[in-house]
Design a protein around this ligand. Structure first.
Ligand code: GRF
Length: 218
């Protein structure tokens, strides 16, 4: 059975689109996009979901505890096995990770641990990279834990920072060359049971974890 994936969004949804396109190309091996859940009824990502025939849902507003409880109930009701945060701007509590341990992933537009953490999102990430003068930046897909942007890293990809970059041009390069490629890859690896979390590190397995375990027991 393919793993059922929910994508959590708040805005434009270009990363959601990358997942939709990867699925259309047959590249989301072992997974199916089953729901898009938005923190805002206005998010353009919901329109992308509608066009792709994926059911869209809007989270009711409230404090973090109430929102998380509603989210978990929705995810369980939809029989979701993987939660993907793709530009999701709502604060959730640890209740989500207790129900979905090592099953919530996020994409961040820098090479973590650089330019991340509370308040570091959107164009601010790229402004900070330019201010610091780094020669490389990129994107990171990681498991989400209670500590902001600090969970085990699944995949990273770097691009050069060019002398005339603005936050906008750097953001665009990172989206096109890193984010839109890495996120479908990471989702597909998860859905094939090819990610093994070992402390802070994530090992990418050649074959699904279950196959290896079966062979070890022969
Ligand atoms: C992306 O830059 C992602 O890395 C960050 O939020 C942004 C979402 O963009 N977490 P989009 O809505 O997928 O276009």
């Amino acid at each position: 059975m393919p793993k059922r994936i929910a994508v959590l969004v708040s805005g434009g949804g270009t990363n959601l689109q990358a997942l939709i396109d990867a699925q259309a190309r047959g590249e989301l091996t072992g997974g199916v996009l089953a729901a898009v859940i938005s923190s805002s009824p206005e998010a353009y990502a919901l329109e992308r979901a509608r066009r792709a025939g994926i059911p869209g849902h809007v989270l009711p507003r409230g404090d973090a505890g109430a929102v998380t409880a509603a989210l978990v109930e929705l995810l369980k009701g939809l029989d979701i096995q993987l939660v993907v945060m793709a530009g999701f701007m709502t604060i959730v509590t640890g209740q989500l990770f207790r129900h979905y341990e090592n099953a919530v992933i996020n994409i961040h537009p820098s090479l973590i641990p650089a330019f991340c953490g509370p308040g570091c999102y959107g164009l601010r990430v790229h402004e900070k990279a330019l201010e610091y003068g780094v020669k490389l930046s990129g994107a990171t897909v990681h498991f989400v834990t209670e500590q902001c942007d600090a969970g085990p890293i699944i995949l990273q990809k770097a691009v050069p920072v060019l002398p005339d970059d603005t936050p906008e041009t750097l953001q665009r390069r990172i989206m096109e060359q890193c984010e839109w490629k890495l996120l479908p890859q990471a989702v597909s690896l998860f859905c094939q049971d090819r990610l093994a979390v070992e402390g802070r590190a994530v090992r990418v397995l050649e074959r699904p974890a279950l196959d290896s375990a079966r062979e070890d027991n022969l």
